[in-house]
Design a protein around this ligand. Structure first.
Ligand code: FES
Length: 71
């Protein structure tokens, strides 16, 4: 299933990146070779990553912003 239509990223691509230890959807996109365009997919991509790591996606958006990550 496609997660990101703008970049052609599939669910399996995102999960495979999560398997390497990545916990941020934007970082996953960096590694996969595309930047978010419309951004419609980011919440779902982050949920896939959080689910892989066994984390709740509640509040995930704020937890994965660059400013929150360095606090
Ligand atoms: S669907 Fe992923 S950036 Fe548009």
């Amino acid at each position: 299933m496609y997660v990101c239509l703008c970049n052609g990223h599939r669910e399996r691509d995102i999960v495979e990146i999560a398997r390497t230890g990545v916990r941020c959807a934007r970082r996953a996109y960096d590694i996969l070779g595309g930047q978010p365009q419309c951004g419609q997919c980011l919440t779902f991509a982050q949920t896939l990553i959080d689910d892989f790591h066994g984390e709740s996606s509640a509040g995930a958006a704020s937890a994965h912003t660059p400013s929150a990550a360095t606090a």
